[in-house]
Design a protein around this ligand. Structure first.
Ligand code: ADP
Ligand code: MG
Length: 758
């Protein structure tokens, strides 16, 4: 960083002020002026004290009602007890000292009627909320003359993200100290002047004054707006450059065989159904991409069951027809095996090259996973390296060093969430040139999220679901009502008797898993938790509704326990109950899935292992226990497992989430709609942005500080347009070094990961 923004706070403010700031990772002037207020308090408006939660660190604005110093006879020493109020509710403040003299100073400042900011950790004493030794500042008194005091007292008060070590007003004071001497030329602006002019935005120097020292609400609002725009713009410029970079890379064109002569033509001819209009249209786009000498970078989104697999297979066959190979990367072994089966089934004799009865033009499909036997693996490796296999299906084992391809032309990634830049590089290394990339996702992605999170991919969407699907009805079952649960299991029985299959999903594997999330197979977690939880490895679960409030909740249902209960239940006598979760051996998983598909197991109790892609058309009922503990898109995916055949599906969400909680809202929303797009939007609104963007798993600050992908949709679209225009004119951004610096700053390793999550 240049000039004065790079100056160390230590030198400017001295260690007493700078050391606590360093704990907030604020080391330079630049860090500090970019530490924006979280909100603004209106001087007259008091904080609603009823929203305080024990254990939270808070800053509240309240009015002093009383303050009294007392000697403590029993313990010795003295105590100051003050009461502050929001007009309805009181909060007590307590200070202790050896001698009462120390406390007199506080008493002198805590004059009844004065308003102040009070900060501390909320505790409870004898049923009353209190702050012990709070830090505080009386508002609007220190100006010398009355007029100045009046003006000062009417300004919005910035409230900074603070900590116990540095209250917000110390930060405010420090910011003012470093901001005052900064001149416009000391503050390089990442937003190019033409862009600022076009959008009517102020310079960064002006904006810092707007957000840190606003004279009125109007000022901080316009400051915030400009910072949001800047964030969107820098991100979009980074993405535009990446797109330009990829577009400048070479790939092998894979136009396929002429005139429908190849395997693809034969495949189309033997498909037992007609492609939907959507499948044809998306197929055309992809065929065109593959035929170009630039790497395709495409995201294919579509509801569960919308027929993405067929589209992907057709793309793979076009590449095979051009003499190349395709790799299909699945998130789990269960899914990889299932993809292998599906592809072989769809291809029939087209996948039996070299065997008796194979079609004239054919290829081979092989499976490569971490857990297969040494000999199976050796054979698969050979097939991939020799080019014998046109299609290689696998898990991340495909990325291993030993895996070589003869001519890898296309990588298809099913459910992209764990496919980052290193993986792409690993595959590129195997391919010689950059392979074409097709990412499939069943999670509907609102447009602006696609532009932000998947900004370097073109997006295709399958909106239709193939005809002949009966659909799913969804109900919420209150967990606390035995009669309802009984009816649930009776219903399960009826479906089994009708020849159908039933899933029962639980959040945990076994009852000893101490209340935490269930599946070792971390790959399976598709949905970042919609949680405010900080436990980094607690991937699956949301915090209990009463978390922090000390409210007891019954333990979560577990697969093993529920399976035993169902097996012993008279209502289900004679029904075979199977178990599926990530701790089983892959061969066991495979076996139980096969038996479930074949009908030897009729009720499958499982974790979210079955969340993605598993296809058993005879399955009609999905019972989700503790449904409120799953994310919305996770539930939507689970529901997509049933109603795939001609019989109507039923989804029963068993939940005891208290009314009015986010958890209850998730479950209720799911029951109200099957519109995946609407669900994705609600989901986004319920989550913190960091969760959406996958950046806050480790508790690190969200990559986007000001921007909200849903709320700021229009602004993101504008920024994207401006950034694309700028990069088209000047791909290296040579004329805009300050923007380049800002992008570089963005692309620190953690953020790089975020950009490359595809
Ligand atoms: P997705 O991967 O999008 O969840 P699939 O590709 O697995 O969906 O398709 C779901 C089911 O629908 C499969 O059994 C598939 O064979 C079938 N299917 C795909 N396209 C069509 C179509 N156009 N008409 C009828 N059935 C189809
Ligand atoms: Mg699928």
């Amino acid at each position: 960083m240049t000039g004065r923004l790079g100056d160390p706070l230590q030198r400017l403010l001295g260690p007493r002020t700078a050391n606590p700031l360093a704990k907030l990772e604020l080391h330079t002037v630049g860090d500090l002026v970019r530490h924006y207020p979280r909100r603004y308090a209106a001087p007259g408006r008091l904080t609603d004290l009823s929203s305080m939660v024990v254990g939270e660190h808070v800053t509240v604005m309240a009015q002093v009602r009383s303050a009294t110093v007392r000697e403590m006879r029993s313990r010795g020493g003295a105590m100051l007890q003050a009461r502050v109020s929001d007009g309805h509710r009181d909060l007590s403040l307590t200070f202790f000292a050896k001698r009462s003299g120390v406390l007199r100073a506080h008493e002198a400042r805590l004059v009844p009627g004065k308003v102040g900011l009070f900060t501390g950790t909320v505790g409870a004493y004898r049923g009353e909320l209190q702050l012990t030794h709070p830090d505080y500042q009386i508002v609007g008194v220190d100006a010398d003359d009355e007029l100045a005091a009046l003006v000062e007292a009417s300004k919005p008060i910035p409230i900074y993200p603070a900590s116990a070590a540095v209250p917000t007003w110390r930060i405010a004071l420090a910011v003012r100290t470093v901001l005052d001497p900064l001149r416009p030329e000391d503050v390089p602006d990442p937003l190019p002047a033409p862009v600022r002019e076009r959008r009517g935005l102020r310079t960064l120097h002006e904006t810092l004054h707007d957000v840190h020292l606003p004279a009125d609400d109007e000022e901080w609002r316009r400051g915030r707006h400009r910072l949001r725009y800047e964030e969107a713009f820098v991100l979009q410029a980074a993405l535009a450059r990446r797109r330009a970079l990829v577009a400048s890379q070479e790939a092998v064109a894979r136009p396929g065989a002429r005139g429908g002569q190849g395997i693809l033509g034969a495949f189309d001819a033997r498909l037992p159904f007609a492609l939907t209009e959507g499948q044809r249209e998306v197929g055309r786009q992809i065929a065109e991409d593959l035929a170009a000498p630039r790497p395709m970078q495409r995201l294919l989104q579509g509801e569960v069951g919308s027929g993405k697999t067929v589209v992907a297979l057709r793309a793979m066959l076009q590449v095979v027809d051009s003499g190349g190979q395709a790799a299909l990367l699945a998130p789990t072994e269960v899914l990889a095996s299932q993809h292998l089966r599906t592809l072989r089934l769809l291809l029939g004799e087209l996948a039996e090259e070299g065997m008796l009865g194979a079609a004239e033009r054919a290829t081979r499909v092989v499976l490569l996973t971490g857990s297969q036997s040494a000999s199976a693996r050796r054979e698969a490796l050979l097939e991939a390296a020799s080019g014998g296999a046109g299609i290689v299906v696998g898990t991340h084992a495909l990325l291993g060093e030993k895996v070589q391809f003869a001519d890898l032309g296309l990588v298809v990634v099913d459910e992209q969430h764990r496919f980052g830049v290193e993986q792409r590089d690993a595959l590129r290394a195997k391919a010689g040139t950059t392979p074409h990339l097709l990412v499939m996702t069943a999670t509907p992605i609102p447009r602006t999220v696609a532009m932000t999170v998947f900004g370097d991919l073109e997006v295709s969407t399958l909106t239709q679901v193939p005809a002949g699907r009966a659909g799913v009805t969804t109900h919420v079952v209150p967990a606390g009502r035995p009669a309802w649960l009984e009816r649930t299991w009776r219903r399960v029985r009826e479906e089994v008797d009708a020849g159908h299959r039933v899933y029962v999903v639980c959040p945990r594997i076994s009852a000893d898993d101490a209340g935490r999330a269930g599946d070792d197979d971390a790959d399976l977690v598709v949905d970042a938790p919609a949680s405010r939880a900080t436990a980094p490895d607690d991937d699956l679960l949301l915090p209990a509704a009463g978390a922090g409030g000390g409210e007891e909740r019954r333990p979560l249902r577990a697969v093993e326990e529920v399976a035993a209960e169902l097996a012993a239940m008279p209502a289900l006598a004679g029904v075979t109950v199977g178990v599926l979760h990530g701790r089983l051996h892959p061969a066991e998983k495979e076996d139980v899935m096969n038996r479930f598909a074949a009908g030897q197991v009729q009720v499958l109790v499982s974790t979210t292992v079955i969340e993605v892609g598993v296809d058993v058309p005879a399955a009609t009922v999905m019972v989700v226990l503790d449904a409120d503990r799953f994310g919305l898109s996770q539930l939507h995916q689970l529901r997509g497992r049933v109603g795939r055949g001609s019989a109507p599906g039923l989804c029963l969400l068993v939940s005891d989430a208290p009314e009015g909680t986010d958890a209850e809202l998730r479950v209720r929303t799911l029951a109200e709609t099957t519109d995946g797009f609407r669900l994705a939007t609600v989901d986004l609104e319920l989550r913190r942005e960091g969760d959406v963007l996958g950046a806050s798993q480790s508790g690190a600050a969200s990559s986007l500080r000001m921007l909200r992908v849903v709320r700021d949709a229009d602004l993101i679209a504008q920024a994207r347009e401006d950034a694309a225009a700028l990069v088209a004119q000047d791909p290296d951004l040579g004329a805009w070094p300050q923007l380049r610096d800002a992008i570089e700053l963005w692309l620190d390793p953690r953020r790089e990961e975020f950009l490359d999550r595809t």
